[in-house]
Design a binder for this molecule. Structure first.
Ligand code: NAD
Length: 485
C-alpha cells in the first residue's frame, strides 16, 4: 500500500482542502493498492499561485538552460536506478505488462529527460542575425505557468513528455495526473525534490475532469499542454481559444497498418504486432486497423490470428505477460460493448471476443481479431482502447491509402512491404503525424510527434516539443551592435 494524505504544492506536502480521496485499485487483483487526496478547485488555486510565484520571482526561470538540464539529468538517473520498482508501481496502477512497462513506461521517460537535458546546452534560445532593416535578436523565452494534464495509459511517459521540455524552458508547472495513476505522479514529485528542483516549480494536483476544467480556465495559467481523448481535447481547445491561452493537444487515434501485396508475413506481422496490441491496446498510436490485399486476405488473417493467439494473457506483474487487464471495469465494459457492436455490424470474430478462461479476477478481455470488417463500421472508425484488431481488405495500393486516410484521426500508421521505396511512397500519402516504413519504432524522441486532423494540435518531442513552451520575442537592435548570446 502506498498512501499519501497530502498534496505536493509549492515544494511542500500540504494539507488538502478537503477529505476526498482517490482510491487506486489494481486492475489485476481488484485490490486497493494506495490512495491520494483528491485536489479541489481551492488546491488548484493554491498550486497555480505557487507556480506563478516561482515563475515571477523564483530562481528557476533565471537559471541557465544547462543548469536546468542538470536537474533533468538527475531525475533520469534516479528513475533508472529504480526501473523495476517503478514499472511494478505503474503495472499495479493501470495493468500494463511489467516487462513492456519497464521499457516503455519507465526507460523511455529517462530517454526523454536525457534528450531535453542535452538540449539545454545545444538549443539556440537566443539568435542574432541581420534582419531586413538592421540587426535583430530573436529570444525564445519561457511561456510561463503551464498546466500539464495527462491520461492514465502511459502516465510517467506522458508526464515526462510535458515536464521535461516545459521545465527546460524555464516555465513552471501545475501537473494534473489522471485519477487512476496518481501514485507515480507523486513519486515523480519526490524525485524532482531530491534532484534539487526549487519550490513551486512543480506542483501536483490529482483531480478529475471538473477540477481539471477549473485548471484549464484559471487566469494564472499561460499554457495548457493536454494529452487525452479527442472529446476532452475539443472542450479544452475551445476553452483556451476563448481566453486566447496557448494550448497543445495530443489526442486519440485509429491508425492503420498497410500490408502491401509483396509483403513477407513472417517478417512483418512480428514487426507490427507489438504496436497493434501494445499496452493491452490502451495506446493512442496502436495500429488497430490492419489493411490486407484482398487476394492475400485469408493468409494475412491466419498469420495474424496465430500470432495474437500466442500472446500470453495474465497478471500484469508477471514478466512473461504480454497482455494484461484493462485499467478499470468501465474500460472493460466499453471494450466489450465495441465487440458486440462489431458483431451487430456484420464483422466476424476470428479470435477472442470474450474473457480469458481460467482468470476469475481482474478486468481482462481476450485479445480479439475481427475479420470481414468494412472501414465504415464503428469498430473501424472509433477508438476502442483495448486489444481489438480489425482486418480490412483492399484492392489496390491507392485503395489502401484511401482507406487509411478515411478516418477522423491522423496520429500514426505503418506500411509493410518488400520494397522500402514503395513503402516511403505510401508513407508520403497517408495523412498522419507519425509513420513507420518496415519499422517498429512509432516515436523517436528527437523528432516531432503529434496528430493530423482530430488527433491533435501541435507536436511534442524534438525541438518542436520544447518550442511548445517558449514564446518568441524579436528585439530590433541598433546598427553596429552585436550582443553576446
Ligand atoms: P480523458 O480525455 O478522459 O482524460 C485525460 C485527462 O484529462 C485526465 O487527467 C482527465 O481527468 C482530464 N480531463 C478530462 N476532461 C477534462 C476537461 N474538460 N478539462 C480538463 N481536464 C480534463 O482521456 P482518457 O480516457 O483518460 O485517456 C485515453 C485517451 O488519451 C485516448 O483517447 C488516447 O488516444 C489518448 N492519448 C493520446 C496520446 C497522444 O499522444 N496523442 C497519448 C496517450 C493517450
Amino acid at each position: 500500500m502506498k498512501s499519501y494524505d497530502r498534496l505536493f504544492i509549492g515544494g511542500e506536502w500540504v494539507e488538502p482542502s478537503s477529505s476526498s480521496i482517490f482510491k487506486v485499485v489494481s486492475p489485476t487483483t481488484e485490490e486497493l493498492i494506495g490512495s491520494v487526496p483528491e485536489a479541489q478547485n481551492a488546491d488548484v488555486d493554491r498550486a497555480v499561485a505557487a507556480a506563478r510565484e516561482a515563475f515571477e520571482h523564483g530562481p528557476w526561470p533565471r537559471m541557465s538552460p544547462t543548469e536546468r538540464g542538470a536537474v533533468l539529468t538527475k531525475v533520469a538517473e534516479a528513475i533508472r536506478n529504480d526501473m523495476q520498482g517503478i514499472a511494478e508501481l505503474i503495472s499495479n496502477e493501470m495493468g500494463s505488462p511489467v516487462a513492456w512497462g519497464a521499457l516503455a513506461q519507465v526507460f523511455a521517460p529517462t530517454m526523454i529527460l536525457d534528450y531535453y537535458a542535452g538540449l539545454g546546452s545545444t538549443f539556440a534560445f537566443d539568435t542574432v542575425k541581420d534582419g531586413l532593416l538592421g540587426p535583430v535578436m530573436v529570444s525564445k523565452e519561457p511561456i510561463g505557468v503551464v498546466a500539464a494534464i495527462t491520461p492514465w495509459n502511459v502516465p510517467l511517459f506522458l508526464a515526462c513528455a510535458k515536464l521535461a521540455p516545459a521545465l527546460l524552458s524555464g516555465s513552471t508547472v501545475v501537473f494534473k495526473p489522471a485519477p487512476e495513476t496518481p501514485l507515480d505522479a507523486n513519486l515523480l514529485a519526490e524525485i524532482f525534490v531530491e534532484a534539487g528542483l526549487p519550490n513551486g516549480v512543480l506542483n501536483v494536483v490529482p483531480a478529475g475532469r471538473e477540477v481539471g476544467a477549473h485548471l484549464v480556465n484559471h487566469p494564472g495559467v499561460d499554457k495548457v499542454s493536454f494529452t487525452g481523448s479527442t472529446v476532452a481535447g475539443r472542450a479544452i481547445g475551445a476553452a483556451c481559444g476563448q481566453n486566447l491561452k496557448r494550448v497543445s493537444l495530443e489526442l486519440g487515434g485509429k491508425s492503420a497498418a498497410i500490408l502491401l501485396d509483396d509483403v513477407d508475413l513472417d517478417v512483418s506481422i512480428p514487426l507490427l504486432l507489438p504496436n497493434a496490441i501494445m499496452n493491452n491496446g490502451e495506446a493512442c498510436i496502436s495500429l488497430t486497423r490492419i489493411l490486407a490485399p484482398r487476394d492475400r486476405y485469408a493468409e494475412v488473417t491466419e498469420a495474424l490470428v496465430e500470432q495474437v493467439r500466442a500472446m500470453k494473457v495474465g497478471d500484469a506483474l508477471d514478466p512473461a505477460t504480454e497482455v494484461g487487464p484493462l485499467v478499470a471495469e468501465r474500460q472493460r465494459d466499453r471494450v466489450e460493448n465495441y465487440i458486440r457492436i462489431g458483431q451487430e455490424e456484420g464483422a466476424k470474430v476470428a479470435l477472442g471476443g470474450g474473457r480469458p478462461e481460467g482468470i476469475d479476477k481482474g478486468w481482462f478481455v481476450e485479445p480479439t481479431v475481427f475479420v470481414d470488417v468494412d472501414n465504415s463500421m464503428r469498430i473501424a472508425q472509433e477508438e476502442i482502447f483495448g486489444p481489438v484488431l480489425s482486418v480490412i481488405p483492399y484492392d489496390t495500393e491507392a485503395d489502401a491509402v484511401r482507406i487509411a486516410n478515411d478516418s477522423d484521426y491522423g496520429l500514426c500508421g505503418g506500411v509493410f512491404t518488400a520494397d522500402n521505396d514503395r513503402g516511403l511512397g505510401v508513407a508520403r500519402q497517408v495523412r498522419t503525424g507519425t509513420y513507420m516504413v518496415n519499422s517498429n519504432v512509432p516515436i523517436d524522441f528527437s523528432s516531432p510527434f503529434g496528430g493530423y486532423k482530430a488527433s491533435g494540435v501541435g507536436r511534442e518531442f524534438g525541438e518542436d516539443g520544447l518550442e511548445l513552451f517558449l514564446e518568441k520575442k524579436t528585439i530590433n537592435l541598433p546598427a553596429g551592435y552585436t550582443p553576446k548570446v
